[in-house]
Design a protein around this ligand. Structure first.
Ligand code: 6R9
Length: 664
């Protein structure tokens, strides 16, 4: 387990328990712990029946399935495989002709505060038009479409339109660089890219289309035949004749109806790239039926969604949270949701609270890093303290992306939830498709900093390196013992890596999450202690240390070698620290600062600003064993400013520890 996790662990001796109020329990879909246990028992006694009942009840099947789970080719599990459906039909069409037809589907608030609303009927019309645009461009079932869009209604429209025609989308977060975008376009073999001319964030106009041009210009993206551009701002951009067209012009020429392409339940709905422990991002592939089932079911269970709720998940569609809890789950469940283009600190750090008041938000779902930065802001500036806004419409709060420390939990509970709203601390991953371990608002007694218990049907456990169960109170490796419908199907184009990364032989066929965890002795509650692989979690964003290292050594005129580790950070959870060996003498003073800056900007250019190291330290070498392995544990201690207590006897070059202990 990483040093970071031990640090988090030691601050977490938590005895506070918050029981749901009687009124909350009474009104809840899963009302009380007995109801929760009954569902768990149902899943245990009749595993396939449990899932089949939910899939029949929650989804519209064009062709009903007869088979539930196909385990004939483990770990390539298949769910509801002979059933046929369409995700867009399930998110939109089936609400038409019901009272939801004229219900607001999306309340969009732009960076500058402008609000646009669309009903389910209007959203369906837009999705159909855009689906027709894609078809007119020759995009067919099974083709891949890369979406590089800001948070806008059009971003959701693009995803839904792909689903409608059976094209597999791959959304790339708008903060990724041209190089990262190119890698993803190339790996997915995309035939089209949907983007915007610019995006607006914090009052700034940031380019998207120019980055697409740069990515496509790098070579290797010859599969891309069309680029469709949403005109977000009036600013003109270069448009390549024969390849690039404007979304609004294309849509205006298309009818507002488009029959759905019915696909098999296992048809890949999307690929989403995420960081792993090697340099190359993994294209996590999700299937249509199982994924959509769980996205919708968790809306109903975890958020206890009711018809009059105003749901707000602040995640970007470039991440899994924005897939499951913006683009698919809320729509499948027929919710009204807020989609926000901007950032929490613009025009000031009261933006979230102001928007909750303005839109009468009832369920609010965000990341600990956002909460921590807003706590800091509220502490230094009374004017942005949440007490300035009326947050009484809120009834449920959620947290996702990283462990939430008890201090942040308590602040969230008190100042945002008014000590009235349960906090659902949802543990899950890109690979799991939807929530795995989370409290239920009307059932689970809450313990700050703990994601509590797995959802019914999800069989998580903590094991040792041989897959043996660990007793409560003892930390170990988090696994899932049984498959579940929304699980990753494979890594796009790399089934071997899928097997090796997630189902290592020594773990008895369990799914390996890549996190460490411990269960409390009294309640058996899960607490996630952090990644056990070389993946960092910076502001809730997954970053592979190897990815950053390869970006650094890619600066061949300067860098000879680099090692990247994480260090605990009050606001971002973890911060990136890079140890760099230059192809020149160790710089000092202003020169060191200038080179560090140059390297940080280089990483931003290679991967994206989220990957910028917070600190760069220079040395004439890295600490290595005699066999040449970089001693990362040691670097982690140095990054934290700790004295090195590890055994350094295998270290070939102990004197460099002194160099690397100093920041520039
Ligand atoms: C949904 C998402 C997954 C990794 C995961 C873990 C961390 C997510 C968490 C949490 C503690 C929670 N993580 N939720 N850790 N408590 N409630 O974030 O997906 O971007 O793939 O990241 O995030 O380390 O393994 P993804």
């Amino acid at each position: 387990m990483s040093d970071t996790s031990t640090a988090i662990q030691s601050t977490l001796v938590e005895n506070r328990v918050f029981e749901p109020s009687a009124a909350t329990v009474q009104a809840a879909r899963i009302a009380g712990m007995d109801a929760y246990r009954a569902l768990c028992a149902e899943a245990e006694q009749d595993f396939e029946g449990f899932w089949a009942r939910r899939a029949r009840e929650l989804l519209h099947w064009h062709k009903p399935f007869t088979q539930v789970l196909d385990e004939s080719n483990k770990p390539f599990y298949r769910w509801f495989a002979d059933g046929e459906l369409n995700a867009s039909y399930n998110c939109l069409d089936r609400h038409i002709g019901t009272p939801r037809e004229h219900k607001t589907a999306i309340i969009f608030e732009a960076d500058d505060g402008t609000v646009t609303r669309v009903t389910y009927k209007e959203l369906l019309a837009k999705v159909c038009q855009f689906a027709n645009v894609l078809k007119a461009k020759g995009v067919k079932k099974g083709d891949r479409v890369v979406i590089y869009m800001p948070m806008t209604i059009e971003g959701v429209v693009a995803m839904q339109a792909c689903a409608r025609i059976g094209a597999t989308h791959s959304v790339v977060f708008g903060g990724f660089s041209a190089g990262a975008l190119k890698d993803r376009i190339q790996d997915a073999g995309a035939v089209a890219v949907v983007t915007a001319n610019y995006q607006m964030r914090g009052g700034k106009e940031l380019p998207l289309k120019a980055i697409v041009d740069e990515a496509l210009g790098m070579g290797g993206c010859e599969t891309v035949k069309s680029v469709i551009v949403f005109q977000r701002t009036p600013t003109a951009v270069h448009m390549e004749a024969g390849r690039d067209t404007f979304m609004h012009e294309e849509m205006a020429a298309q009818p507002t109806e488009c029959p759905v392409e019915v696909v098999g339940a296992e048809h890949p709905l999307f690929i989403l790239y995420t960081s792993g422990s090697t340099g190359k991002p993994k294209g996590v592939q999700h299937a249509t039926g199982g994924y959509l089932l769980w996205a919708q079911q968790t809306m109903l269970w975890t958020f206890d969604l009711k018809d009059d709720d105003v749901f707000w998940c602040t995640a970007d569609i470039g991440w899994i949270t924005g897939h499951s809890y913006v683009a698919y789950g809320p729509l499948a469940a027929g919710a009204t949701q807020i989609v926000f283009e901007g950032v929490p600190t613009y025009p000031n750090a009261g933006r979230f609270w102001q928007m909750i008041e303005k839109h009468k938000c009832t369920i609010f779902y965000t990341a600990p890093t956002a909460i921590r930065s807003l706590i800091k802001a509220a502490d230094t500036d009374e004017k942005v303290h949440p007490k300035n806004w009326n947050l009484s419409t809120l009834r449920i709060l959620g947290s996702v992306g990283e462990p939430i420390n008890p201090e942040a939990w308590m602040w969230y509970y008190k100042h945002i939830g008014g000590e009235r709203c349960p906090i659902v601390d949802t543990f899950w991953q890109t690979e799991t498709g939807g929530h795995m371990i989370t409290p239920l608002p009307g059932a689970t007694p809450l313990v700050p900093g703990s994601c509590t218990l797995p959802l019914p049907g999800i069989f998580t456990a903590i094991v040792d390196e041989q897959g043996n169960d660990m007793p409560n109170g003892q930390g170990g490796i988090l696994v899932v013992k049984k498959p579940w419908p929304s699980m990753i199907r494979t890594i796009w184009g790399d089934p071997e890596r899928f097997k090796k990364s997630y189902f290592p032989e020594e773990l008895k066929g369990y799914y390996l999450a890549g996190d460490g965890a411990v269960r409390s002795e009294d309640r058996g509650y899960f607490r996630i202690t952090g990644r056990i692989d070389d993946v960092l979690n910076v502001s809730g964003h997954r970053m592979g240390t190897m990815e950053i290292e390869s970006a650094l050594v890619g600066k061949t005129d300067l860098v000879a070698e680099a090692a990247v580790v994480g260090r605990p950070d009050d606001v971002t959870g973890e911060a990136i620290v890079a140890f760099v060996v230059l192809k020149r003498p160790i710089p000092t003073g202003d020169e060191a600062k200038a080179i560090a800056n140059e390297l940080r900007n280089w990483v931003a250019k290679e991967i994206g600003p989220i990957a910028k190291p917070k600190e760069i330290r220079f040395g004439e070498n890295l600490p290595k064993t005699r066999s040449g392995k970089i001693m990362r544990r040691l670097l982690r201690s140095l990054a934290k400013g700790e004295a090195v207590t590890q055994d350094t006897s295998t270290l070939e070059n102990p004197h460099i520890l002194e160099q690397l202990a100093k920041s520039n």
